[in-house]
Design a protein around this ligand. Structure first.
Ligand code: GUN
Length: 287
C-alpha cells in the first residue's frame, strides 16, 4: 500500500488561518507584529528563503522589515544593528539568516539577539528553556514537524524516533521535542556505523542531511512515518528532499513530500513565533 501523504502546504495554510486570527486581535489593539530579517551577502538560497518569509509576513498583515547588508560587513556593524532592533518596540522578532560570511562569528551574533525576540529559537537561553520543557520560542522546523504530526493525529508517545542529522537548527532540537513528547530518540549522523540498522528500527524517521536520495527504501521499515527535511537539487536541478520519494512511498505508512512538506511549516512557525512575541509584548504593556 502506498504511504499517506502529509500535506505540509495544506496544514501550513490551516495553521496560518489561526495565526491570522490572533494577528487581527493584536492589530485591533494597535499592536502590529513586526519581524526584522537580516540578510548578509548574496547567497542565492538565503535570498529565496528570506523572500518567502517576507511574503508570509505581508500575507498575514504583519510588519516585515528586510535589512540587506553587504558580504564584506564587519561583525561590529551587525551587532550594532541587532542592538538597535532589540531596542525597537515595533519589532517583535529578529531573524539573522544563516549562514553568515566567515569573518562573522555566528554564535556571538545569535547571543546578541534578545531572547525575547529570538523567533528562530536559536539563542542558548531559549535552547536551555526548550531542553528543560519551559515555555519558549521553539525552533521553527522542529516545531513545524511536531504540528504536522499532531494535525495528522500521529502518536509520538512511546514511539521510536530516529533522527538522521545533528545540526543545531534541525536534528538536535527535533530530537529534544520528540523526547518532550515521550518518544524514544536515536540520533544518527555522518559517523554512525550501519545507518540502515538504526533507521530500520524507526517508527518515525526524520532525515535532515542535505543529500538527495540519501534515504532509500532499504532504510525504512514497513509502515514507518518518514519526515523529509532535505532541501536539495537533483541532477536536473529540480528541488528534492533527502528521501528517494517514489520508492520510499511504496513502503512507508506516511511521508512528507518536497516541496510542500516541511518547508511551508517552517515559515508558518516563524510567523507563529513572531505573533506570540508580539502578544507577549502587548501583555507586558498591561501589567
Ligand atoms: N538558514 C537555514 N535555515 C534557517 C533558519 O531556520 N533560520 C535562520 N535564521 N537561518 C536559516
Amino acid at each position: 500500500m502506498e504511504a499517506i501523504l502529509i500535506n505540509g502546504k495544506e496544514i501550513a495554510q490551516k495553521t496560518r488561518m489561526d495565526i491570522a486570527e490572533e494577528v487581527k486581535k493584536l492589530k485591533e489593539n494597535g499592536n502590529v507584529p513586526g519581524l526584522a530579517v537580516i540578510l548578509v551577502g548574496n547567497n542565492h538560497a538565503s535570498r529565496t528563503y528570506v523572500n518567502n518569509k517576507e511574503k508570509a509576513c505581508k500575507d498575514l498583515g504583519m510588519l516585515s522589515l528586510l535589512i540587506e547588508l553587504p558580504e564584506s560587513l564587519h561583525e561590529n556593524d551587525l551587532l550594532a544593528k541587532i542592538k538597535e532592533l532589540n531596542e525597537d518596540p515595533t519589532i517583535h522578532g529578529i531573524l539573522v539568516q544563516l549562514p553568515l560570511p566567515k569573518q562573522i562569528n555566528e554564535k556571538k551574533v545569535i547571543e546578541s539577539i534578545s531572547p525575547e525576540k529570538d523567533v528562530d529559537g536559536f539563542h542558548p537561553i531559549n535552547i536551555g528553556r526548550m531542553m528543560t520543557g519551559q515555555e519558549t520560542f521553539l525552533p521553527c522546523t522542529p516545531f513545524g514537524i511536531m504540528v504536522m504530526l499532531k494535525e495528522m493525529e500521529i502518536e509520538t508517545e512511546g514511539k521510536h524516533v530516529v533522527i538522521v542529522g545533528r545540526s543545531n537548527i534541525v536534528g538536535k532540537p527535533s530530537g529534544q521535542l520528540f523526547l518532550n513528547e515521550n518518544a524514544t530518540v536515536t540520533y544518527c549522523h555522518s559517523r554512525t556505523k550501519d545507518l540502515k540498522f538504526h533507521t530500520r528500527q524507526a517508527d518515525i524517521l526524520v532525515s535532515a542531511v542535505g543529500i538527495a536520495n540519501f534515504i532509500t527504501a532499504d532504510h525504512v521499515s514497513d509502515g514507518a512515518v518518514v519526515i523529509d527535511v532535505g532541501m536539495n537539487r537533483d541532477e536536473n536541478g529540480k528541488l528534492c528532499g533527502d528521501v528517494a520519494f517514489e520508492t520510499v512511498k511504496q513502503k512507508a505508512g506516511y511521508i512528507t513530500p518536497v516541496p510542500g512538506g516541511v518547508g511551508p511549516m517552517t515559515i508558518t512557525m516563524l510567523m507563529y513565533n513572531t505573533m506570540k512575541s508580539a502578544k507577549n509584548a502587548s501583555m507586558a504593556q498591561h501589567v
